[in-house]
Design a protein around this ligand. Structure first.
Ligand SMILES: *Cc1c(COP(=O)(O)O)cnc(C)c1O
Length: 500
């Protein structure tokens, strides 16, 4: 199967090239030329397979330049539940049922307790194999600017992977105490973590400047390195996310919750649109889906878009208790637009240039209709996020994090507005113990300042088990404590690479 750009270039590339290059020359994103079909028979066969075999099978349908055996090895390593700092749950991505035909798809049993682990545990393996396939023998240096979750997940994914190094920049004042300690205590021989004086945008700007510095890349090339990113627009991160939608469907069949072929809803807490796009790709492969429900927090730019056809980023930016969804430009939406417009790269290019020129664009006709047919969207206020955590815990003794709460509330609104009470899966993207402050607040508990202690308090208050990696954090000490100015980031990268 070949891949093409969303901006209309005629060039076709292989899966390995798409993973190794990340972004197309014309600025577009790589998408598969077509969608392989997953039949009911295949789904039924996968029902009795463990997660890693489901993953190998589903990815092999897109990645025909990898042998099944290669994908099997990659998946087996990534989703091994007995490996130190691997996944802590035997099913990798288990479902938790609450009373009302709702199943929470728990994607946070990985080493960093957020859903990004599912892709970032396997992407390094896919990337190094892809580099080898395209004849690239240099070492990769991964640079990441993070507002919290991605940095840690990327560090865990790339730690001690041969042929790679990873350097993460986080804003000194922009991450929680738990997130900071998770990163500064990171183990591994090929990792580096540096605080940047400033906010997330400053760190991101610094990383972008490094990527576009030609003399730097020539210098690094001479030292045997190329720079790359672990960004969520990389196909190597998207593909592994398709797997858990199909896997959840198999688990529902296995549990007797649905009949094979029965359509279900997925409700996804959405930021950059990567997670819900993977659900759409699963539907395009033939997974029986009724509605894809796109849940926004107070930054409801996507809800507005799905409901009106107008994407407008000229609006206030809110900092919320679900920070991983605080975003005004959802990069992966471009892939959806490409598909809904029957692969009209020119149309996509003009939406994107309108977005960068005036901050908005408008879709009409077929794209608008398809959008409304496939998706339903709503948003959740800060107050309702807390209320949903409280009510879910009171009614079902089930503790959910702020992002998951946004989705559950929006699913509830969907049900009330449409009367559809069919089987629905809420995608649960983080452990509640990652967002102790907001969760304790929602439960009406007094606060303390030290977030690491809050993990214990939340445990005592609820009796819920603390995920192992967060429990272990108590005994961790920071390894990395340097802080740089944005202007010093480039030197920090050079120093890191030259020191190896
Ligand atoms: C990244 C993230 C999201 C948003 O996912 P997208 O793929 O960017 O839409 C939601 N919840 C959590 C906890 C996340 O880390």
């Amino acid at each position: 199967m070949l891949f093409q750009s969303t901006r209309g270039s005629k060039k076709r590339i292989s899966n390995a090239e798409a993973i190794a290059y990340g972004l197309a020359d014309d600025g577009g994103l790589f998408v598969p030329e077509s969608f392989p079909e997953i039949s009911l028979n295949t789904l039924l066969k996968l029902v009795n397979e463990p997660y890693y075999k489901r993953a190998a099978h589903i990815m092999s349908m897109f990645m025909d330049d990898f042998s099944y055996q290669e994908l099997y090895e990659c998946s087996k390593f990534a989703y091994n539940t007995r490996r130190l700092s691997g996944f802590c749950h035997n099913d990798v991505a288990p479902l938790h049922k609450t009373g009302d035909n709702t199943h929470f798809l728990e994607l946070w049993h990985g080493p960093t307790c957020a859903f990004k682990d599912i892709a970032l545990q396997i992407m390094p393996g896919l990337l190094t194999a892809s580099m080898e396939k395209i004849g690239e023998s240099k070492n990769v240096c991964i640079l990441v600017a993070t507002s919290g979750d991605t940095g840690k997940a990327a560090l865990e994914g790339f730690r001690d992977i041969n042929g790679t190094n990873i350097m993460v920049f986080y804003p000194r004042e922009g991450v929680s105490e738990v997130q900071k300690l998770q990163m500064t205590s990171q183990g591994g021989e090929n990792v580096n973590v540096v605080a940047v004086e400033g906010n997330f945008d400053d760190a991101q700007t610094g990383v972008k400047a490094i990527f576009s510095d030609d003399s730097l890349s020539a210098e690094l090339n001479d030292s045997g390195y190329i720079l790359s990113s672990a960004n969520s627009i990389n196909w190597g991160r998207l593909a592994p996310q398709i797997v858990y939608y199909i896997s959840a469907y198999c688990d529902l069949i296995k549990a007797g919750e649905i009949k094979p072929g029965e359509k279900i809803n997925f409700c996804v807490p959405t930021g950059n649109f990567g997670n819900i796009l993977a659900a759409y790709y699963a539907e395009r492969m033939g997974l029986p889906v009724n509605k894809l429900i796109c849940a926004s927090n107070q930054n409801d730019v996507l809800t507005q878009f799905i409901n009106t056809g107008t994407y407008n980023r000229n609006r206030p930016f809110y900092t919320t208790v679900s920070p991983s969804m605080d975003i005004l430009v959802s990069s992966n939406l471009e892939r959806l637009l490409f598909d809904l417009s029957d692969k009209n790269g020119d149309a996509v290019a003009s939406y994107m240039s309108a977005l960068s020129a005036k901050g908005s664009y408008n879709v009409t006709g077929q794209v608008r209709e398809e959008l409304g047919r496939i998706f339903w969207s709503g948003h959740c206020t800060e107050e309702d996020t807390g209320k949903t955590i409280y009510e879910t815990y009171s009614k079902s003794k089930y503790l959910i994090d702020t992002h998951t709460a946004v989705a559950y509330k929006v699913l509830d609104d969907y049900r009330k507005m449409t009367g559809d009470d069919g089987v629905s899966v809420v995608v649960s993207t983080a452990s509640p113990f990652k967002f102790c402050e907001a969760v304790l607040d929602a439960l009406g508990m007094p606060q303390e300042v030290d977030s690491v202690n809050l993990i214990d308090i939340l445990h005592k208050v609820t009796g819920c088990a603390v995920p192992e990696p967060l429990e272990a954090l108590k005994n961790e000490v920071p390894r990395f404590n340097s802080t740089v100015m944005v202007s010093e980031m480039k030197d920090a990268v050079v120093g890191f690479i030259k020191g190896r």
